[in-house]
Design a protein around this ligand. Sequence first.
Ligand code: HGY
Ligand code: MN
Ligand code: MN
Length: 400
Amino acid sequence: MTEIDTETFLADLYELRKIGRFRTGVHRPTFSLEDMQARRWLMTRLEECGLEASIDGIGNVLGRHRGPGPHLLVGSHIETQNEAGWLDGALGVVAGLALARAGLPVDVVAFADEEGHFSGGFLGSRSAIGDLTEGEIDAARNRTDGTPLRMALESAGLAGLSRMQLDPARYRGFLELHIEQGTQLEAAGQHLGVVSGIVAIWQFQILFEGNQDHAGGTTMIERRDAGLSAVRLLAAADWEFPKVCGPRSTWTTGRITLDPGGYSIIPGRAEVAFQFRDVSIPVLERMEACLEALVRESNRRERCTATLTALSKAIPAPCDPNLMRALSEAAEQVCPGRWQVMPSGAGHDAQNVARILPAAMLFVPSIGGISHHWAEDTCDADLVSGVRALGAAAKQVLAK
Ligand code: HGY
Ligand code: MN
Ligand code: MN
């Protein structure tokens, strides 16, 4: 088995954890000062591992192996959700560093904005496969503060840089080590998960427009309360979706913004950030049709108007069977009998890379299933098992 320097691997993870530290997690939104500091830290580490480091015009960081192929691409992302976990994404990138340090002919990548801080989502991995137009970059805005992506790229010093394009001929495939972000491995007492497929995330904005008015002077019969219309539609979706969804579908309202948001003011406007996920396109299409019908019914029944806008529709990805086989054999070597095959309920860059390269993922358990929260954590022993199995699988794929 390829000897991985697991001590330096852990040291790198804990070093990266210090950048943008927030309680026991990190806060490194895409193109923030902390994120750019992390990207510079990574470029230094990549060079120290003998790779040729670069950053491109959308913030992707690539460490290119200088020797002859065949190569594997290994990586993930290093920006995080707001006030979130230290391992989501970082684990896969630092694992790539460890494989390069062990002398494996790998390129290491940190794709930008996997976490979707900017409208459109998955900017970096979509750009790297040629699926991000200049027009989309022009139109993209930060989902929290509305900053235009062009302005954020300018402030980050990335404006005008060319954008990397992955060359499928250079790679045998793409491997991503990631935390599970759920409770299945922990509940089953397993230490590794070989991912079978990655869900697609379909994101929507639902806008409700009523009348801003006085909360006391306006009688119940004459008011047009956008907030009430919003919660009634969301409740209806929660009743209707189970009739059309799949066994592992999920749906989430991540944010309801009521304007103007005062105690004594009837909200004249409600903006809902809504998404649903599944591994099957027909299931996703059924859920979208159901949501569209609910919006039509809301417009028939409510005094407020509801407008549904699709913001992004990712493509689900089955993982490559050959890479899954290599990961399974490696998992059995590293944690005999303590691993399983499982789907990913989270979206990942691998689902975009899978559109041009064989791609697969390996999970390590999340303590308590917690993720997208500063308390996210995984024990060192599981982190080490993950990188050792990833190294063994990479070696096997490259030896063929
Ligand atoms: O939301 C997701 O599934 C990913 O962690 N961005
Ligand atoms: Mn992630
Ligand atoms: Mn995430």
